[in-house]
Design a protein around this ligand. Structure first.
Ligand code: C2E
Ligand code: MG
Ligand code: MG
Length: 255
């Protein structure tokens, strides 16, 4: 109501450094407390039920941005939106999403939904049913934070997902831990063998990027390329990268 929420976008880049998409990440610019992390307020929004309204708003903003990119001849792009497990499980979710896609006239193949393993807690058959209906709308589905929590390898087999997002804790561990390197290699091999797209999140330095490239990861997201930025800045970044060649320079500015 106070207009303090904003959707930021963090670019995702391919092997050639081209921007192929982004992740929508919500921000709360509080008038007195400053910037509040979604890690703090999303759980509260889930408890209060406000997450439903927030989720719809983030999706709609993202559809409008995708349309704007298309009108300006930027892309092709696929932009992902995080879907809370509470939201995923509510009745009428698929109809509501279909309504937003319809209202905005967005091309659904430009929209990806990021789910976490918590959507599978409870009735797995019902979960698969909802996922199939979302895919029938033309949306892409990705499993966020893969490899953490209760995520089970059988999800790769049972769930109709298109993308595996490697959790950033493994990417950060690449610098120092043999175990993280082994886990990342194994997840990338699983994705490759199962025909899933792999996205690495939290890529912060060149050596992490090199390791990921060597092991068949195709899409990267992280501070090495860009922090999450307001939608106008994201549009400008797309315009600049189209003008100056495809490569996004590593972002070495302050965090
Ligand atoms: P997530 O979906 O796993 O998002 C990735 C988080 O990693 C983001 O944190 C992003 O800013 C951060 N990140 C990206 N690159 C790097 C990097 O190179 N290094 C490090 N250290 N961090 C990086 P953020 O924006 O604070 O969001 C936190 C979580 O809040 C998200 O995790 C997601 O679960 C949730 N969230 C954010 N926006 C939304 C939303 O619109 N709806 C829902 N339901 N959840 C959201
Ligand atoms: Mg995410
Ligand atoms: Mg994540």
């Amino acid at each position: 109501a106070r207009n303090e929420l904003a959707v930021y976008y963090q670019p995702k880049v391919d092997l050639a450094g081209r921007i192929v998409g982004a992740e929508a990440l919500i921000r709360w610019r509080h008038s007195e407390l400053g910037m509040i992390s979604p890690a703090k307020f999303i759980p509260l929004a889930e408890q209060s039920g406000l997450i439903i309204e927030i989720g719809e708003w983030v999706l709609e903003q993202t559809c409008l941005l995708v349309n704007e990119c298309r009108t300006r001849g930027l892309g092709p792009l696929r932009i992902s939106v995080n879907l809370s497990a509470i939201d995923f499980k509510r009745p009428g979710l698929v109809e509501k999403i279909a309504e937003i896609l319809d209202k905005t006239g967005v091309d659904p193949s430009s929209i990806e939904l990021e789910l976490t393993e918590s959507v599978t807690v409870g009735d797995i058959k019902a979960c698969i049913g909802i996922m199939n209906r979302l895919k029938a709308l033309g949306l892409t589905l990705s499993m966020d934070d893969f490899g953490t929590g209760f995520s089970s390898l059988s999800y790769i087999k049972d769930l109709p997902i298109d993308v595996l997002k490697l959790d950033q804790s493994f990417i950060h561990g690449l610098d120092a831990e043999n175990s993280s390197r082994a886990i990342v290699r194994a997840i990338l091999a699983l994705a490759d063998g199962s025909g899933l797209e792999a996205v690495a999140e939290g890529v912060e330095n060149q050596s992490q990027l090199e390791f990921l490239k060597q092991h068949q990861c195709g899409i990267f997201q992280g501070y090495l390329f860009s922090r999450p930025i307001p939608s106008d800045d994201f549009l400008q970044l797309l315009i600049d990268s189209e003008k100056n060649g495809p490569t996004v320079q590593a972002d070495v500015g302050p965090r």
